[in-house]
Design a protein around this ligand. Sequence first.
Ligand SMILES: C[S@@+](CC[C@H](N)C(=O)[O-])C[C@H]1O[C@@H](n2cnc3c(N)ncnc32)[C@H](O)[C@@H]1O
Length: 281
Amino acid sequence: MHTPVLLQQAIDSLDVKEDGKYIDATFGESGYSQEIMSRGGKVLAIDLDISQLKGHSETAHSQFARSLSRMTLKLVQGNFADIERIAKENNFDSVDGIIFDLGLSMGQLGSLGRGFSYKNLDDPLDMRIDVNSGETAADLIWRLKESELYELFAKNSEELRSKEIAHEVKISKKIISVSNLITAINRVIPYKSYNTYAKIFQALRIEVNDEFSNLRRGLEGAVKIINKDGKIVVVTFHSLEDRIVKNFVKNNNYKLSEKKPIRSKSGYKFERSAKIRAFSI
Ligand SMILES: C[S@@+](CC[C@H](N)C(=O)[O-])C[C@H]1O[C@@H](n2cnc3c(N)ncnc32)[C@H](O)[C@@H]1O
């Protein structure tokens, strides 16, 4: 079963009010949306990955239909970078709370065929969240010069051996699958370093999906549609994402609910790097 990361703490930070309007900017496997509805909120949910909406909308709908039929859930396939437009088109342009739970869900990471996980060796190296647009990770690696790939790895992963890894990747024959990339990394690190695999894969995924820039645009859009007392909550998994949120709040003099980000106390591996920041404008 899918366990959304920091579910209770994240939704507590949203401060859900009966009949309030909320945007779940990252619907995923519907856990957050369901929790908001179970606390009495109406939800507009967005996801860039159409298979997430198709796969999990039924659970969310039936769950809420069973409990409280007056609640609503609207689902939209789209990029949260366009949150202002999507909200206005769906009559959710003055909302009581917005939540972003960044990255990928556990189901997406484990799913075959996209190349998100270093564990699925036979997968093509695609990594696009929206499979209908943009460049795949394989094409990105092919297009970038060695120095650009090095910069990408160093910036997005802070992996110390980024330079050697970029070199090995570029001297390999065209990298098209997960196993091709793992083989190139292994030439730099001759033992299995799952931590390095995870960092390099995440660095590529961030670039392929323009994740940092989407987050900035998402925050800029969110502050235009939030009510004065509404909360914007962001769950991050990467130190650079957290920095973007922190600086955005600071530079605009918005009000953080807590000075320090909320972190998990559960000790679950997948929650360890998660941080929650909540703020109002
Ligand atoms: C960590 S999961 C969310 C899990 C969700 N909170 C739950 O309870 O199941 C992140 C989701 O955000 C989606 N996503 C990633 N980038 C996005 C973007 N720019 N716009 C909209 N959705 C995005 C992913 O497809 C994924 O389904």
